[in-house]
Design a protein around this ligand. Structure first.
Ligand SMILES: [Cu+2]
Length: 166
């Protein structure tokens, strides 16, 4: 009986500690890495890097089932060198396309709509494939996203909204 009581006490303490921890998280502010006295009024966390051709390098992880991109706000007329790495355990595709409800279109139709596309043959597990994109017109939020429409990946959350500014 004594042992059961002590287990309950530990469990109650754990709940109390985790409740406190959760409350504290919201008050901690992220480190400010901009430095140099430059105020950058955007939420972009990392400085932009360019390749030998002057294109802005965008690093994107395609996982099971998500996209993680170093850039989500793009600019019209800027050349982007988009490097997509499949970090998951399944093959994926990479599309820049308007939001398409799952199951409403054939792959051929979606491919035709896509601003850019990397086929799953070029995005096997641990494969990295790059493509170059220059956006020609601005798009508001909700107009374009990164998406994988293989099987049920899209329903699983494999999409990431992006914005193109003028
Ligand atoms: Cu996928």
């Amino acid at each position: 009986m004594r042992q059961i009581i002590s287990i309950f006490t530990v469990a109650a303490l754990a709940v109390a500690v985790s409740a406190c921890g959760g409350g504290d998280d919201s008050s901690s502010s992220p480190a400010d890495n901009t430095g140099g006295g430059v105020t950058v009024p955007t939420t972009q966390p990392a400085p932009l890097t360019t390749d030998a051709n002057g294109a802005v390098v965008v690093d994107i992880d395609a996982g099971d089932y998500f996209f993680d991109s170093s850039v989500t706000t793009f600019k019209v007329g800027v050349p982007y060198h988009i490097v997509v790495h499949n970090t998951g355990l399944e093959e994926h595709e990479f599309m820049i396309v308007e939001p398409i409800p799952a199951g409403e279109m054939s792959m051929e139709m979606m491919d035709g709509m896509a601003v850019a596309h990397i086929e799953e043959d070029d995005l096997q597990v641990d494969q990295t494939t790059a493509l170059d994109v220059t956006f020609t017109e601005p798009t508001a939020a909700g107009t374009l996203e990164l998406a994988c429409h293989i099987d049920d990946h899209y329903e699983e959350g494999m999409l990431l909204p992006i914005v193109v500014t003028a």
